[in-house]
Write a protein that binds this ligand. Structure first.
Ligand SMILES: Nc1ncnc2c1ncn2[C@@H]1O[C@H](COP(=O)(O)OP(=O)(O)OP(=O)(O)O)[C@@H](O)[C@H]1O
Ligand SMILES: Nc1nc2c(ncn2[C@@H]2O[C@H](COP(=O)(O)O)[C@@H](O)[C@H]2O)c(=O)[nH]1
Length: 207
């Protein structure tokens, strides 16, 4: 009898501008074995963002329809726009035994926790709030008003950190990637994930 381990669901969240996207991109270019779920959003594309690559861009009506049809694993309204994770891709990829990473804000992460308590929750934290603001400004994608709104949300998101399994400081991108890779590796070795495999050892050689 062969034991097929299900993929691990990794939730990476943290305030806007902390570097979630940057860290995920760096993990990807290292070849880290994580599949990236592409979210659905009602936000307008930023310059250079491609539909189906960075997000699936939808109208509010289309997004509402996805909610009604229960196509979203989680969703949240964030600073005037809606964001959500398509369920099908996540379930299919986990069932194939591949790990999936969701790059989402905190309200959505809490919904995932209720539905998938066994998922791994990592909070990416900035060295401090001044540095966070500097990063959002430096990215050059938001108006001054939106930067203030995102900073206000960021402060309340930081207070929800205790709902996560790990906090990783994104002081340097490569160090943050090292820490995330180590956490994911350790999670794969947890007894509660592997016990089924090792309690069925006898079946493995046909005895
Ligand atoms: N460790 C770091 N040191 C300095 N700058 C960083 C670091 N990580 C990311 N940045 C920069 O911070 C800015 C925001 O990063 P990024 O867009 O990845 O954040 P994010 O958390 O994905 O934001 P959002 O949640 O809004 O999508 C970018 O300009 C990026 O280059
Ligand atoms: N709850 C969810 N949050 C998501 C999802 N995809 C992205 N996000 C988060 O939204 C904010 C804003 O993103 P931006 O691209 O407009 O800067 C940020 O924290 C993202 O991580 C999702 O599917 N669900």
């Amino acid at each position: 009898m062969s034991f097929k381990e299900k993929g691990l669901l990794v939730v990476l969240s943290g305030p806007s501008g902390v570097g979630k996207g940057t860290v995920c991109k760096a993990l990807r270019s290292r070849g880290t074995q994580l599949q990236y779920s592409i979210s659905v959003t009602t936000r307008k594309p930023r310059e250079g963002e491609i539909d189906g690559v960075h997000y699936f861009f939808k109208t509010r009506d289309q997004f509402q329809q996805m909610i009604r049809q229960e196509k979203l694993l989680e969703w949240a309204e964030y600073v005037g726009n809606c964001y959500g994770t398509p369920t099908d891709y996540v379930r299919k990829t986990l069932d194939e035994g591949q790990d999936v990473i969701l790059e989402i804000e905190v309200q959505g992460a809490l919904q995932v926790k209720r539905r998938f308590p066994e998922a791994l929750f990592i909070f990416l934290a900035p060295p401090n709030l001044m540095e966070l603001k500097k990063r959002i400004i430096g990215r050059g994608t938001e108006t001054a008003d939106l930067i203030e709104s995102r900073m206000t949300v960021a402060k309340s998101e930081m207070e929800l950190m205790q709902n996560y399994n790990y906090v990783v400081e994104n002081d340097q991108v490569e160090k943050a990637c090292d820490r995330i890779e180590a956490i994911v590796l350790a999670e794969h070795c947890r007894v509660d994930r592997l016990i089924e495999k090792y309690t069925n050892l006898e079946g493995a050689d046909g005895q």
